[in-house]
Ligand binder design. Structure first.
Ligand code: CP3
Length: 343
């Protein structure tokens, strides 16, 4: 029965015979099968073609044997029907035009209607549920308002996030309107994914870790809480993840996620303690640990697996996405090490 998937049990803090593992960005350029498909179509075309997006989602399930699938898409996809032009330029990462600068710019943005605006995402989920039945559960996802706002206001990736933070500090009306509109969009988007069949959802607040705890509480926490409070999550666990979040974990917990994602800059047992020891955790191997000699990877995994025992549930993952130059055989060695751990 689908409720028996070990990934979902661990999310609910129920006992499992072994620790489940999946890997952020598990479908991607480090896999030859993925590069072969990308040679024939652009990334955004791939996201918008349900049969192909589903095929790519399944690649790491077949090749690695991970314990959950994650919808193949991108956190930036729902920003396009809000009124932003999105492109991926070689070596530049994402480019979003026009960048959002003023309250008038925010007012021109739409809250999306997922069934009409991103039907291909929901169709991908429906295909995947049929193909995955009896194998592994499917995770849906969205960016959190702050991380989405960062791309919209900066116009792409950023180092110091000066535009975003300037809006946040000085243009409160514009900032609040943008974050509120994004929160409404994220709620609709994730509830549509849940209705289409997503069995868990992860909220990526990747860039929240650029903030001090004080600013996180003031400028991010209320909107993250708005999102989590708005989700139809009775039967669907919600994972909240931020990168660089060691000092924010207790504050993030106030939004009441079912599982907390943890990056590698804190020992997992310290993260569990900071969280009060009563919430399942996901993480937290440094993605560059996969560049160690292959035979050293199991010991790194075991250290984290032992620490994970202190939480009511542990889902093994990297602390951030797998990096494109990673050797796929090292990723497989990690998955095997987690599966074989009996300690
Ligand atoms: O985890 C998964 O396998 C599911 C799919 C997924 C992707 N991106 C696929 C992708 C998920 C969940 C994301 C999330 C995402 N996208 C985040 C949050 C998590 C994180 O990793 O920090 C962010 C910040 C983005 C924005 C984004 N999309 C960036 C910075 C890039 C890289 C740009 C580049 O040039 O490398 C992307 C593109 C992207 N998203 C790729 C994939 C597989 C690479 C596309 C390609 O070139 O084939």
């Amino acid at each position: 029965m689908s409720e028996d998937y070990i990934f979902l049990k661990a999310c609910r803090g129920e006992p499992v015979d072994r620790t489940p593992i999946w890997i952020m960005r598990q479908a991607g350029r480090y896999m030859k099968e993925y590069r072969d498909i990308r040679a024939k179509m652009s990334f955004l075309e791939l996201c918008a073609t349900p049969e192909k997006a589903a095929e790519v989602t399944l690649q790491p399930i077949d090749a690695l044997g991970v314990d959950a699938a994650i919808l193949f898409s991108d956190i930036l996809v729902p920003l396009v029907p809000m009124g932003i032009e999105l492109s991926f330029k070689e070596g530049m990462g994402p480019v979003l035009e026009p960048a959002v600068k003023t309250l008038a710019d925010v007012e021109a943005l739409r809250v999306i209607e997922p069934e009409e605006d991103v039907p291909y995402v929901l169709e991908t989920i429906r295909i995947l549920r049929r193909e995955l039945e009896g194998r592994v559960p499917l995770i849906g996802f969205s960016g959190a308002p702050y991380t989405l706002a960062s791309y919209m206001v900066e116009g792409g990736s950023s180092k110091n996030f000066i535009k975003l933070k300037t809006m946040m500090y000085k243009e409160n009306a514009a900032y609040d309107a943008l974050m509120t509109k994004l929160a409404k969009t994220v709620i609709k988007y994730l509830n549509a994914q849940i209705a289409a069949g997503a069995q868990a959802v992860q909220v990526f607040d990747t860039w929240a870790g650029i903030l001090s705890p004080h600013d996180y509480t003031t400028f991010v926490a209320p909107y993250t809480k708005m999102v989590l409070d708005g989700l139809n999550r009775e039967t669907v666990p919600v994972i909240l993840y931020a990168n660089n979040s060691a000092t924010l974990l207790a504050l993030m917990k106030e939004a009441k996620p079912d599982v907390m994602g943890v990056d590698w800059r804190i020992n997992l047992d310290d993260a569990i303690e900071a969280l009060g020891g009563d919430i399942p955790v996901q993480g937290n191997l440094d993605p560059t640990a996969l560049f160690l000699p292959r035979e050293e990877i199991p010991a790194r995994a075991e250290e984290i697996l032992r620490m994970g025992k202190k939480a009511p549930g542990h889902i093994f993952n990297l602390g951030h996405g797998v990096l494109p130059p990673t050797d796929v055989d090292n990723v497989k060695a990690l998955v095997d090490a987690v599966h074989n751990f009996t300690g």
